[in-house]
Design a protein around this ligand. Structure first.
Ligand code: CUA
Length: 371
């Protein structure tokens, strides 16, 4: 029975498996397994209650039908034995459910001291994933925007907070949805046995681009995860060769263009190993390694194709985005329309070229080997 029920429930919960998984029935995660079995117990008890109540109802309706009796049935008041049973059965069920719940909480809650940790910052409408135990050789914590890298086969401790309103961290395949609250840090552990790319979403309605607040979880075998961390720690953004598009992009990125009102990217973003160290926008240190753009709005070729238009006018492509425009269009900040600075198409392409050059070495490319 349990095998059948597990199979059925797994099928129902998983639905169809795509390459970018999104499933609360993913049994590769110990977290999900725990919740799954607990739910199964609760469902089994509910079925027993449902069958019992239904039986009593239909039995009474049939047995005491008016047309089956000449005289009214016996009238009496009070039945101590029945009343004790009616109280005792629900109490036993509630105790059973409490024991199961406390047992699951005890298994899920202790956060291992030596586990890998990831600090998650959520803001309208993007994510930053920092590795607090890893200080980069260039100074500062290693971090990456909108793509979270974790090892398989062990619990990973997540510390979640929000920089503005309430968001929700929800990557169902690795287990455990949590609200992200400003000035509160939520800590819990997630895990998966299977390497792969998993979809994550913001699960709390948080503004105009709530639906555009997505991220990827990339689970790597422990050796590859270590390779990623080591390379990320040692990473210093390359200094572009003089006269190249990247070098022109670098200058615009760091200084903007005062004559046309174009703000410097470095006023809001960080790139490890450069003077850009701001945290108002997602960390761009490994931008060239990333495959998604706009907090998961586009992937792969779509992301590549949209990079220049994105820099030119992100609020136009993503409602509520706080990044300024660079094509002179108006955008809204704190309810006020504001006119963005102006860069030429060629200048924006230079910035895009610089961003693409921010790449981790081949052995640390966490996307390697994924479709
Ligand atoms: Cu953030 Cu919804």
């Amino acid at each position: 029975f349990t095998a059948l029920a597990a199979g059925l429930a797994a099928t129902l919960l998983t639905g169809c498996q795509s390459e970018q998984l999104l499933s609360i029935g993913d049994m590769s995660s110990g977290y999900n397994k725990e919740i799954f079995w607990m739910s199964l117990w609760a469902i089994a008890l509910s079925i027993i209650v449902f069958v019992g109540v239904s039986w009593a109802l239909f039995y009474s309706v049939q047995k005491f039908r008016e047309d089956r009796h000449d005289a009214p049935p016996a009238q009496f008041h009070g039945n101590n034995r029945l009343e004790v049973i009616l109280v005792a059965v629900p109490v036993v069920i509630v105790i059973l459910l409490s024991v199961l719940t406390v047992r699951s909480m005890a298994r899920l809650n202790p956060v291992p001291v030596n586990a890998p940790k990831i600090d998650i910052l959520s803001k309208q409408f993007w994510w930053n994933f920092a590795y607090p135990t890893v200080t980069s050789d260039a100074g500062g914590t290693v971090a990456n925007g909108n793509e979270m890298v974790m090892p398989t086969g062990q619990p990973v401790v997540l510390n979640l907070t929000s920089g503005d309103v309430i968001h929700g961290f929800w990557a169902p395949n690795i287990g455990g949805q949590r609200h992200a609250l400003p000035s509160v840090i939520r800590t819990w552990k997630v895990d998966t046995e299977r390497p792969g790319v998993y979809q994550g979403n913001c699960s709390q309605l948080c503004g105009a681009s709530h639906a555009n607040m997505r991220y990827k979880v990339i689970a790597l075998e422990p050796e590859r995860y270590q390779a990623f961390l080591a390379a990320a720690k040692a990473y210093r953004a390359p200094t572009p060769a003089e006269g190249s598009a990247e070098a022109r992009g670098y200058t615009l990125f760091m200084q903007g263009k005062a004559s046309t009102g174009a703000l410097a990217c470095s006023a809001c973003h960080r790139v490890q190993g450069t003077p850009a160290a701001a945290g108002a926008g997602p960390d761009l240190s490994f931008f060239g390694t990333r495959r998604t753009l706009g907090a998961g709005m586009w992937e792969g070729e779509e992301a590549e194709k949209n990079l220049v238009p994105w820099i030119a006018n992100s609020p136009g492509m993503k409602p509520g985005a706080l990044m300024p425009t660079y094509d002179g269009s108006e955008y809204m900040v704190n309810g006020k329309m504001q006119k963005g600075g102006v860069l030429t198409r060629a200048e924006i392409e230079d910035i895009a070229a610089y961003l693409r050059s921010l790449k981790l070495p081949e052995e640390a490319d966490y996307w390697r080997g994924t479709p």
